[in-house]
Design a protein around this ligand. Structure first.
Ligand code: PA5
Length: 481
């Protein structure tokens, strides 16, 4: 039963999919010099107009194919078919992938399936479990594999490049186990390969072995791929309504083409740009007040950090600005991190993420009425308490001169989550335009990958082993005695 709808005081008008409230970033809320004032908003208007022109031109040239994913006619059909097959046959769907090949499915699955989905008995669950293996700690990976009956398990290996050492080593282990346990000919029935449509070793393996495969669309990087086969296949197979997810995202896509003032993706990006460049707010704390949206903050962390953490601008000059996103969880981190956000180093903006209506009604019983310290709780709901903690914390931060903004879904549903994800993806690209950087590449991640190749002895990468050894000699020199 849904919780009774609360009317938060800040909401000026109802919004079908997503409300963005930034009152607590303004000078009026935070005090002169602290918050954004009339001059800042005038600048915002000008820089967003320029970004809009830039993004629209790129979109028209076909440089932002992720923006059209919500309207792809083919992949949703294919994944729905797969889901029907998987529902009848499998107990587990296991994703082998990392970064953008894993975080989107994790985020949407946690948001839209019951939080205890994997623990429910099959009849209640109705769909396979989803297990996302995005780490290669031998302890963790063995624990997952030991708990699986391979006969009932479907593996989805996801790698755009087909070269990521973590994913490919997991794939090799699983492939070998399937072969040994079920036989070579059975592998096909237990494996989906999601990779580049043309390039990479995984594509070669898919084609030469005639394995079922789906494409990571050309020009769509991992962190922008949740609404492609990368996210949709595992999500559909575990019971997420991908039709509604895409419908919400399609609505966000329409809205993201509107002029900046009426466009939440642009306003969100622009406000954070101003906070970073004019107010030296280099940290964005994404703080969901929702267990279901907790993994969405992890997904957002990758989106923001990999897109915006760039050493150079497109014109080659050094990029002086970067807004790092970190995660906190309400209310849990009110009792751990919040003290720092309220009174400590003053370089942060907090972004609250929540929903107006909880999907579960949990009443606090009206007991202990004669204890004044508890009487106010009895007869209320946990959802009310949760919402007021979020609203109260936002106000308390503002009173302490700490900027914060809120993204609020009317409720957590496939459509609103689709809308949120697409809006934030567009915001990342708009931010790239504002800072003058390329939000679609990740040269820093690539460098780390090359060191791994060198240390693992991959042909052609020995120079990275030498560079690593150079670092070791420094270590010896500076040891404290
Ligand atoms: O967003 C990105 O592009 C990265 O995080 C990648 O998703 C990640 O490095 C994994 O790459 P791949 O899908 O090629 O295995």
């Amino acid at each position: 039963m849904p919780d009774k709808k609360l009317k938060p005081p800040y909401k000026e008008e109802p919004d079908e999919f997503l409300a963005l409230d930034y009152n607590n970033l303004t000078e009026e809320a935070l005090g002169p010099g602290k918050g954004l004032g009339a001059d800042d908003f005038a600048e915002l208007k000008a820089v967003l107009a320029a970004a809009y022109k830039d993004i629209e031109a790129k979109y028209r040239k076909g440089e932002l194919p992720f923006m059209d994913l919500p309207r792809d006619p083919d992949v949703p059909k294919a994944v729905r078919k797969l889901a029907e097959m998987g529902r009848k046959r499998f107990e587990n769907v296991v994703v082998l992938g990392i970064g953008g090949s894993a975080l989107g499915a994790s985020a949407v699955f946690s948001a839209l399936r019951p939080l205890n989905h994997n623990d429910l008995p099959p009849a209640k669950r109705g769909w396979p479990r989803l297990i996302v293996c995005d780490n290669i700690d031998p302890e963790g990976f063995s624990a997952v594999l030991e708990g699986l009956d391979l006969k009932n398990t479907y593996f989805n290996v996801i790698s755009k490049s087909g070269a990521t050492a973590e994913t490919m080593s997991q794939f090799m282990i699983v492939y070998d186990q399937l072969q040994r346990t079920l036989g070579r000919s059975a592998i096909k029935e237990h494996l989906l390969i999601t990779t580049d449509p043309e390039d990479g070793v995984l594509r070669k393996i898919a084609d030469s072995g005639d394995f079922f495969s789906l494409p990571v669309p050309k020009g769509v990087g991992g962190r922008f791929s949740v609404l492609s086969a990368v996210g949709l296949a595992p999500l559909a197979m575990t019971g997420v309504n991908v039709t509604d997810l895409l419908a919400g995202a399609a609505r966000a896509q329409e809205d993201a083409r509107k002029p900046p003032a009426a466009n939440k993706a642009y306003v969100f990006a622009g406000l954070n740009y101003l906070l970073t460049t004019a107010k030296k707010r280099n940290l964005l704390v994404m703080m969901p007040y929702s267990d279901a949206l907790s993994r969405t903050a992890d997904w957002f962390g990758q989106l923001w950090n990999e897109s915006l953490g760039k050493a150079r601008r497109l014109d080659g000059s050094p990029n002086p600005w970067a807004q790092t996103s970190v995660k906190a969880l309400g209310v849990t981190d009110q009792h751990s991190q919040l003290q720092m956000y309220m009174e400590g180093s003053d370089e942060k903006t907090v972004c609250f993420l929540g929903a107006d209506v909880s999907r579960h009604l949990v009443n606090i019983p009206a007991i202990f009425r004669d204890h004044e310290e508890l009487a106010y709780l009895g007869g209320r709901s946990l959802g009310e308490l949760f919402t007021f903690e979020r609203l109260g914390t936002a106000r308390a931060l503002a009173e302490s001169g700490r900027p914060n903004l809120s993204l609020t879904l009317p409720k957590i549903s496939p459509a609103t989550v689709g809308y949120l994800l697409h809006t934030l993806e567009v915001a990342a690209v708009v931010s790239g335009s504002l800072y003058g950087i390329d939000p679609l590449d990740q040269p820093g991640v690539e460098l780390g990958k090359r060191f791994t190749y060198g240390l693992m002895g991959r042909q052609g990468y020995s120079i990275f082993k030498e560079r690593y050894n150079k670092g070791l000699s420094l270590k010896k020199k500076y040891i404290l005695k």
